[in-house]
Design a protein around this ligand. Sequence first.
Ligand SMILES: NC(=O)c1ccc[n+]([C@@H]2O[C@H](COP(=O)([O-])OP(=O)(O)OC[C@H]3O[C@@H](n4cnc5c(N)ncnc54)[C@H](O)[C@@H]3O)[C@@H](O)[C@H]2O)c1
Ligand SMILES: [Zn+2]
Ligand SMILES: [Zn+2]
Length: 493
Amino acid sequence: MSSEMPKESLEVPTENTVFPEVPDVKSSDSPVERQEGGSDKEECLEPLSKRQRKKLLKQKQWEEQKDLRRQKRKEKRQKRRLERQSKLDTNNEGNDRKRMRREVVPSTLRLIVDCSFDDLMVLKVIKCKAAVTWEANKPFSIEEVEVAPPKAHEVRIKIVATGICRSDDHVITGALVMPFPIILGHEAAGIVESVGEGVTSIKPGDKVIPLFVPQCGECSSCLSTKGNLCSRSDIGPAGGLMADGTSRFTCKGKTIHHFIGTSTFTEYTVVHETAVAKIDSAAPLEKVCLIGCGFSTGYGAAVQTAKVEPGSTCAVFGLGGVGLSVIIGCKAAGASRIIGVDINSDKFAKAKELGATDCVNPKDFKKPIHEVLIEMTGQGVDYSFEVIGRTETMSAALACCQYNYGVSVIVGVPPAAEKITFDPMLLFTGRSWKGSVFGGWKSKDSVPKLVADYMKKKFVLDPLITHTLPFSKINEGFDLLRTGKSIRSVLLV
Ligand SMILES: NC(=O)c1ccc[n+]([C@@H]2O[C@H](COP(=O)([O-])OP(=O)(O)OC[C@H]3O[C@@H](n4cnc5c(N)ncnc54)[C@H](O)[C@@H]3O)[C@@H](O)[C@H]2O)c1
Ligand SMILES: [Zn+2]
Ligand SMILES: [Zn+2]
């Protein structure tokens, strides 16, 4: 780069050429100014020489070119700035798209999903068949009922199979007091049809078992390792409604009560989220429905409540579906002697098939049955189970167990309004008297595991199911129970 004036003749200015500044008019009396400025001083100026004019002209041209170059540079800079800006815009657009995909789309979808419960997927009332018990000691009446949609934290289930348990019959006879009209049934399996707002553990299409003992996970029993009878359980005359004090069933304009939070003698039912367990999708519902009550209750009474030990002696009073499940539990626990007690000797073959070593019929003896059992075992049994639901057999079961460390478990539902008077000496000497609801299982946690164990063939259910009937034959199924001809009848809904 030259710092000198260009040689006036030849040198072609480049962009980088630097020219000296045009002399200041005031300071140097520049001839250019004088000539072009047209000032009043003009006349008194000397005329320019040819050489000077040429030089000035060139300088002027150079100045113009310099301006042009500056202008061009400015334009270039502007162009570059514009290009950068548009690139930035494109990037932002990409980023925006990414953000849309990352945030906006999912949140919109979430909104749609959230809305679906209330706005988009309006759940409808289902009209279906149900077996309604209008009053005590009357046959079931198959009716068309309306089943309301599940409310928040509720689940509506299509019942596929439901077993007949003696506890249902206890309501009909009045031994277990519940309000009428009612939809009974509590031992079932089905498929989730729809869920209410806030249900996260279960979705439509899941195979499930309703739980007549719920597991809320928050009450003192749920929080204790020692208990399972959740405070949300709905057992007793004040029951029959969902937690909000209303029913999901109506029939002929009348409100129909729920039964222990389950009500399974219907094509569709609604239960609380805490009263339903999701099970293996491969599980056969017409078999595992027994895990909803009979099997789990009996099996758990032995392994969970009594904690039967290997080599122990046991007596099981009542050889129905629940009593036979106690036998299965005693055998699984390694009991060396299991004595079945029933006034129906027809039950003995099945009891022996499932593990009973002896069976006795109280009708065959003159002396009280507890004395018979003490004689049979020397000191009485280590564990006894009452699985009938009668006060006299509850007393006999307590009396037949070993005087110091024997344990007696009440499984049968105590008949309403009946009391027991007993010699306190029976307990003073050391015996324990216990009760067991749903086998002591924490339901929501345990039912899926029990189903898994059944799938792994750790126990059998099939021998307990003596009859499989269409739902319409529910009254026939109850007749089979009352006449002692069935163990478990499963109704296919
Ligand atoms: N604790 C619970 O959680 C729970 C759960 C389910 C059922 N249960 C109750 O368990 C009991 C049994 O239920 P199940 O479905 O097996 O009933 P079930 O009717 O099938 O069986 C009862 C058996 O007891 C026999 N029996 C009747 N009277 C007798 C007597 N005096 N002496 C000896 N045997 C007699 C019957 O012949 C029958 O075999 C019922 O009271 C039922 O309500 C309790
Ligand atoms: Zn039952
Ligand atoms: Zn609870």
